[in-house]
Design a protein around this ligand. Structure first.
Ligand code: GAL
Length: 218
């Protein structure tokens, strides 16, 4: 129960193709499959003992009508369901460095165990950043694979941000000292650079139990 008497709250309702996805105070809360066609919905009603501070709407672009991906793709990009096939690997349009951002949009499979998003130095195959949410244990494992070996895992997290069936937008922002990762608009973790040659990081790899919907970087 995410609501408390006398406490303020923020509810975000994302309208997806086949369901609503609701987050309360930045935390994924529930999915609700459409029972009527969402195009018919034209009214928002709020009733009961609550004070409303503000209501807002935002409209994100249709995935189909987006401009050209900013990544140079090394594989056929779209299957019939406008979903990128896995394992996915593509070169970044320009090398990693402070100020760069990579966004991964996807939907977690309903029976998902795990998936990974890796930033790779293509030449040496070192993995500078391995992001590995494990749904079965609710662990968000981070690590690097340098000189043919995994290092120490980082696992601390305030709240595991993924859930089966959930749509997500993961933002990886590269800072001078670390990567910062946010999920659905909420900051999730930092990862201090272990692989220091940021400009050698030129490849993004994604695999695991998700539908991969879109990748972009700038
Ligand atoms: C291993 C796993 C790898 C990688 C690594 C991260 O157990 O096999 O795929 O996730 O952990 O530390």
């Amino acid at each position: 129960m995410p609501f408390r008497k006398e406490k303020s709250f923020e509810i975000v309702i994302m309208v997806l193709k086949n369901k609503f996805q609701v987050a309360v105070n930045g935390k994924h809360t529930l999915l609700y499959a459409h029972r009527i066609c969402p195009e018919k919905i034209d009214t928002l009603g709020i009733y009961g003992k609550v004070n409303i501070h503000s209501v807002g709407f935002s409209f994100s672009e249709d995935l189909q009508s987006l401009e050209m991906p900013t990544l140079r793709l090394t594989q056929v990009q779209k299957s019939g369901l406008s979903q990128l096939s896995l394992p996915y690997e593509a070169r970044l349009n320009s090398a990693m460095g402070p100020g760069r951002t990579v966004v991964i949009k996807g939907e977690v499979n309903t029976n998902a165990k795990s998936f990974n998003v890796d930033l790779v130095a293509g030449k040496s195959r070192d993995i500078a950043l391995h992001l590995n949410p494990r749904l079965n244990t609710k662990a968000f494992v981070r690590n690097s694979f340098l000189q043919h070996a995994w290092g120490a895992e980082e696992r601390s997290i305030t709240g595991f941000p993924f859930s089966p069936g959930m749509y997500f937008e993961m933002i990886i922002y590269c800072d001078v000292r670390e990567f910062k990762v946010a999920v659905n608009g909420v900051h999730s973790l930092e990862y201090k650079h272990r692989f220091k040659e940021l400009s050698s990081i030129d490849t993004l790899a994604v695999d695991g139990d998700i539908h991969l919907l879109d990748i972009r970087s700038w």
